[in-house]
Design a protein around this ligand. Structure first.
Ligand SMILES: *Cc1c(COP(=O)(O)O)cnc(C)c1O
Length: 356
């Protein structure tokens, strides 16, 4: 093909070009509940080898989580057919690897310092990862990222707000990457509920190569039930649906998630956490060995101290456990502090004041 033409012609993105050949070929496991799903009052279900005696949990859960998805679809104002739920976002991320990354051939791009699971999942799936450091103020090096990408770069992980730095990335930079990266751009929005910014879910129809991940583990206070949410084009969601374990979201998780989302008062928790964060930032500013407080859009704050290892041990000895991030790139002598209850924040500050 003439190079000039291919450069000026708008790229047509077809996600099928990125799918692993074995995934493209396979047929999904068809569960008993897939083959027969209408629930009639007088139906006898002896098709799934379940124990017939009622425990409240003796039946397999809905493999498609219809009721829960409906609720999520309503609050996110986003079609059900473009949502996939997983056993935490960690499962959703793993499914992306399995769908798109051919072991020993493809690669992914991560942007350290960032969430550790991307790298762990790359290693687990035998997929090479290429790292492009963030700038010193934790923003994206857009052209460096695009230069690093090659024809085998299938996934680019953008965590915004970023863990552990806490900040959101510039919108224009993310747009640039969405427009120019040839693989799939995964925006991990685990902390989006703490920002004033719009979710990238709103822009999904503009970018066929965009996948947005969210979770009930942070703002929703449900880390224990493991529920991750993936929003993308119907094409991408259908691929992930095909390869997900049929009953990946268990009955207790579906029930609890419906209950909490239905109550719809997560906003109150978020307001309290944001208020706590504001006070925590002011108080941290008064601690003499705190060298830098990084701007945060999340429910945690990264601080640079004089000696992170020493302060970490001192804090543990006084009964406060923080995350020592000083071994991560660009995070020399940094501790990551989660915003706790007002009492917990006060305890942290009092302990910090006592340290020499
Ligand atoms: C906490 C966190 C998650 C949460 O994942 P779950 O498996 O849904 O609990 C995902 N991404 C980032 C960046 C996180 O910090």
């Amino acid at each position: 093909m003439d190079n000039k033409i291919s450069r000026t012609k708008p790229q047509i993105f077809d996600v099928q070009d990125l799918v692993r050949p074995n995934v493209k070929k396979m047929k999904p496991y068809s569960s008993a509940r897939d083959e027969f799903k209408e629930i009639g009052a007088n139906m006898v279900f002896i098709d799934a080898n379940e124990n017939p005696f009622e425990t409240g949990l003796n039946r397999y859960p809905d493999p498609h989580q219809r009721e829960l998805k409906q609720l999520i679809s309503n609050i996110k104002k986003f079609p059900e057919s473009q949502i996939l739920l997983g056993n935490g976002s960690d499962e959703v991320l793993d499914l992306l690897f399995r769908a798109f990354c051919e072991p020993k051939q493809d690669n992914i791009i991560i942007l350290p310092p960032t969430y550790g699971m991307y790298k762990v999942l790359a290693e687990l799936n035998d997929v090479q990862y290429k790292s492009v450091l963030l700038t010193d103020d934790f923003q994206l090096k857009v052209s460096r990222i695009l230069d690093t990408a090659d024809e085998f770069s299938k996934l680019l992980f953008i965590c915004s707000p970023n863990n552990p730095s806490g900040n959101c990335f510039k919108k224009n930079d993310i747009e640039d990457l969405l427009q120019n990266f040839k693989g799939i751009v995964v925006i991990d929005e685990a902390y989006v509920d703490f920002t004033g910014e719009d979710s990238w879910i709103q822009r999904l129809n503009e970018f066929p190569n965009l996948v947005v991940c969210q979770t009930l583990s942070k703002a929703y206070g449900l880390a224990g039930i493991r529920l991750g949410m993936c929003f993308a084009s119907e094409d991408i969601i259908n691929i992930l649906k095909k390869i997900k374990p049929p009953y990946n979201v268990n009955q207790l998780t579906q029930q609890k998630a419906k209950e909490i989302i239905g109550e719809n008062n997560v906003g109150e928790d978020i307001q309290l956490i944001l208020k706590g964060r504001k006070k925590l930032l002011e108080d941290l500013d008064q601690i003499n060995f705190v060298r830098k407080i990084y701007p945060t859009d999340a429910n945690f704050v990264l601080v640079k101290v004089d000696d992170a290892n020493k302060r970490y041990v001192q804090l543990v000895e006084s009964g406060v456990v923080v995350r020592n991030r000083s071994n991560q790139e660009l995070c020399d002598n940094c501790l990551r502090l989660t915003v706790g209850t007002p009492d917990e924040n006060e305890k942290l500050i009092n302990k910090l004041k006592e340290l020499l």
